[in-house]
Write a protein that binds this ligand. Sequence first.
Ligand code: NYM
Length: 214
Amino acid sequence: MRAPFIVIEGLDRSGKDTQSELILEYVSSRMKAKLIHFPNRETTTGRLINDYLQKRVKLTDTEIHNLYAVNRREEEVAMRHDLLNGTALISIRYAFSGAAYSKAKDVPELPLEACLGPDRGVIAPDTVLFLTSRVADVSARAGFGDELYETSPFQAKVAASFELVKQESVDSVRWVDIPTGTIEEVFESIKVELDRMLADAASDNLGPIRRLWA
Ligand code: NYM
């Protein structure tokens, strides 16, 4: 049985970590499941990304954009293996963040096509759960501002670019905008999607692994 691949996306401090733990617990009660997170800060590329985000090293916008994409490609073999061997994957962020954050920088060298380019053909998730949120709410959360990109004007641009990325994605993935609410309310909306996916997985209806934006 091919296992489902679920991506959770949203602005910084939008609740992805909290919801992904609930998703992991729920999915794990039905099948093997793993939580992954991009950027994976444990690898060589991830350590460099971490230094960039912590403002310890400077990289050009194109360099960091490509580095994020390489950081995802590094996991592809392991991800494919898990999905084909019945382990569901829940990923906090994926190529959608990759394109949205770089597009939000609004620099001439990164038009939308260049933002999507390095991730074309990566493993497509079955569903993208996009946590909608208001910039005013995320910017009021604890820790906001610690890393590069965590400013209200930039997050507003990221929200707008996620809309563009969504338009590019709806043909190849199921994109679900999750309305804001309490932790429990948000998870209730997510659970509807999980139930649908788990039912598809159980009846072997997920189909073969697809490629994103390809
Ligand atoms: N980010 C994340 C990108 O700019 N491009 C990407 O491809 C990915 C995966 O990294 N502000 C940004 C979004 C976040 C930052 O992510 C670190 P997190 O989930 O806060 O560790």
